[in-house]
Design a protein around this ligand. Structure first.
Ligand code: PEP
Ligand code: MN
Length: 343
């Protein structure tokens, strides 16, 4: 349930509502907006006691939260959230580009990539240390050695780092080395991992599961917020469909939908979303057009030698081209009016 306070509600009245929500067996979550305060009653309590708050002083309306996800929803927090990752704001004005190799393979590979993507305009670095591979015989990542290389690359380039966490056991060590932790698509519903990540003081990048509905994805994010971590960025990385020409089908409408339903920033990953180098520029432009707050793009010094995801990785020149394509989405077409704002 949501208790919408009136514009003139006093601090005392708000505090009273918070106490009454607790008494009714719910957890109160307060969102102080520019104009008014919203107090959400989340959990499993005595609903009629919240409904009765309709007549409490300072209350404008009491309404049910329409969706199963609560703290993630825009009903609870209408203003968009901005997530700060080591000084880079995701969800504010502008599009954040996170670039780097699928896997950290060596010091030289990562340091040269960090410099190249920075030069081209990326503002965050990615690189896998613990890799979720379909086959147990494929390269599994360099683990702690990769984390150290990532930190060196961050120190040298100044680009904040995001890397994937696959297990609760690795959370502490990754927190020591990276600015943001990625939950990979295959772990979107690893609830033990989500519960653990809810307790850390680092932002989390939550990828959509290959077969997850938007509702399931947002409910996975709800685990993080309900457990106390509201620094969450969603990432659409493609879903399984009948199409076989592409590795996945990047669900661009889901980017727009997630931004409609949730206040959390949403980015798109055209690399895993298509599996094809040749499509990254076009699909990146499309993602920006539907309102993506950022892009995650795989870049490798020599894609043909990559230990994972070579076919979808861009080389340095290819990445520069994509950055130029994103910078000029109108491709030289002059417009007299400002483009419509994407809410
Ligand atoms: C990755 O980012 O390298 C990765 C494994 O992504 P996903 O979880 O989306 O497959
Ligand atoms: Mn990859």
């Amino acid at each position: 349930m949501i208790v919408n306070m009136s514009e003139r509600a006093t601090d005392q009245e708000i505090t009273h509502i918070i106490e009454r929500i607790r008494e009714a067996g719910y957890q109160p979550h307060v969102t102080r907006g520019v104009e008014r305060t919203i107090v959400a009653a989340v959990g499993n309590g005595r609903r009629h006691e919240i409904e009765a708050l309709q007549v409490a002083p300072g209350v404008e309306t009491v309404v049910p939260i329409a969706q199963p996800f609560k703290l993630v929803s825009r009903q609870v927090k209408p203003e968009r959230s901005v997530v700060n990752v080591g000084g880079v704001a995701i969800g504010g004005l502008g599009v954040v580009v996170i670039a780097g190799p699928c896997s950290v393979e060596s010091r030289e590979q990562l340091l040269s990539t960090a410099q190249a993507v920075k030069r081209a305009g990326a503002t965050m670095l990615r690189g896998g240390a613990y890799k979720p591979r379909t086959s147990p015989y494929d390269f599994q990542g360099l683990g702690i050695e990769a984390l150290k290389i990532l930190r060196e690359a961050r120190d040298e380039s100044g680009l904040p780092v995001v890397t994937e966490v696959m297990s609760t056991e690795d959370v502490d060590i990754i927190c020591e080395h990276a600015e943001m932790l990625q939950v990979g698509a295959r772990n979107m519903q690893n609830f033990a991992l989500l519960r653990r990540l809810a307790t850390i003081n680092k932002p989390v990048l939550l990828k959509r599961g290959p077969s997850a509905t938007v509702k399931e994805w947002l409910l996975a994010a709800e685990y993080l917020l309900a457990g106390g971590n509201n620094q969450v960025v969603l990432c659409e990385r493609g879903i399984k469909t009948f199409e076989t020409e592409m590795r996945n089908t990047l669900d661009l409408a889901a980017v727009a939908l997630a931004r409609d339903l949730s206040h959390l920033p949403v980015i798109a990953d055209p690399s895993h979303g298509t599996g094809k180098q040749s499509l990254i520029a076009a699909v990146s432009r499309a993602a920006v057009a539907v309102g993506a707050d950022g892009l995650m793009i795989e870049v490798h010094p020599c894609p043909e030698r990559a230990l994972s995801d070579g076919p979808q990785s861009l080389d340095f020149a290819g990445f520069e081209k994509v950055m130029r394509a994103i910078a000029s989405p109108l491709r030289g077409v002059a417009v007299s009016a400002a483009p419509a704002e994407v809410a």
